[in-house]
Design a protein around this ligand. Structure first.
Ligand SMILES: [Zn+2]
Length: 314
């Protein structure tokens, strides 16, 4: 059985998995460690995870990293890995483990590979995965292949500018889509409403101070039937739909898969996005509706996709 290992590097933890490439949805083994700061510490952590997974003879390894990864498996920069710049992570890990080649790609690109090969988008050759977490990650599959762009940097719609006067983004610009449509965007929107004197039930649940309101307070209150929380989620879903409509207009995908921490509340979010997306797309009513579905691999998607990448099944 061809086994493949993959490790997904997050801002706080690294998660490694071993899969059978013929059944990528089934995780056979997994191991996680905290993400340390700096290139050397990240490489040491990756080697530790790989050894704990027990790489047998012939097991391949791939890595998913949050940031801009170029065609030579070099991490140019990652907003959540501030001390790791121009790091040849693939080569460093390969040499520490005595492996020939360890391919590296962006973590959300890996997640897209996993979801479109073995998860919610299985069988789809033209699709987009959008991961709504602290920020927004994405991966684009076109004609059955990852769309990389010339340098490897394609697929960062989180930094589409949607409001030139919007809030500052860690990338240095104002008004990027991820400031509005990520988990942090939901928290910010809820605090705006709370500071304007709305969302009384949510503010109470947060301990009484509008500044302490978080996205989870809104989803919990909405699930308990709070009307104003439902309205915040309608507005939040509109922001998600605005960016997805831009992507549909540019890429004409078959299916969009939504993942990331926000989709832990898929029951509250996905239907609201679907309800608003159609009307925002060019030629609405004269083209097929784009299915929007929740990711199915959860937190394993990035590592499973990294394993497929390592096995050259990208
Ligand atoms: Zn940005």
């Amino acid at each position: 059985v061809p086994l493949a290992a993959g490790i997904d590097v997050g801002g706080t933890k690294m998660l490694g998995v071993v899969i059978d490439t013929e059944s990528p949805g089934d995780v056979l083994r997994q191991h996680r460690v905290a993400t340390a700061r700096g290139t050397d510490a990240v490489v040491t952590g990756l080697v530790e995870v790989a050894r704990a997974l027990g790489l047998d003879e012939g097991t391949t390894l791939g890595l998913g990293i949050p940031g801009l990864v170029d065609d030579n498996d070099v991490l140019r920069m990652g907003p959540n890995l501030p001390d790791v710049v121009d790091a040849p992570i693939g080569r460093l890990v390969a040499s520490a483990l005595g492996l020939g080649h360890v391919p590296v790609d962006n973590d959300a690109t890996c997640a897209a590979l996993a979801e479109f090969r073995g998860g919610a988008g299985i069988g789809v050759d033209d699709g987009i995965l959008v991961a709504l977490g602290t920020g927004i990650g994405a991966g684009i599959i076109s004609g059955g292949r990852i769309m990389h762009g010339v340098h490897g940097f394609a697929g960062e719609p989180g930094h589409m500018l949607v409001d030139p006067n919007g809030p500052m983004c860690p990338c240095g610009r104002r008004g990027c889509w991820e400031r509005f449509a990520s988990g942090s965007g939901l928290g910010r929107l809820a605090r705006e409403w709370a500071e304007a004197g709305r969302l009384g039930a949510v503010v109470a649940a947060a301990g009484g101070d509008p500044d302490d309101v978080k996205g989870e307070h809104v989803t919990e209150a909405a699930r308990a039937g709070d009307r104003e929380s439902g309205e915040v989620l309608d507005r939040f879903a509109w922001w998600i739909a605005v960016g997805l409509a831009n992507l549909v207009n540019i890429l004409d995908p078959h299916t969009i898969v939504l993942g990331g921490g926000v989709i832990g509340a898929a029951d509250l979010i996905v239907d609201r996005v679907v309800a608003q997306l159609d009307g925002l797309v060019l030629g609405s009513g004269r083209r097929p509706t784009v299915p929007v579905v929740a990711a199915s691999m959860g937190e394993h998607a990035g590592a499973v996709g990294a394993a497929l990448l390592g096995a050259h099944l990208d």
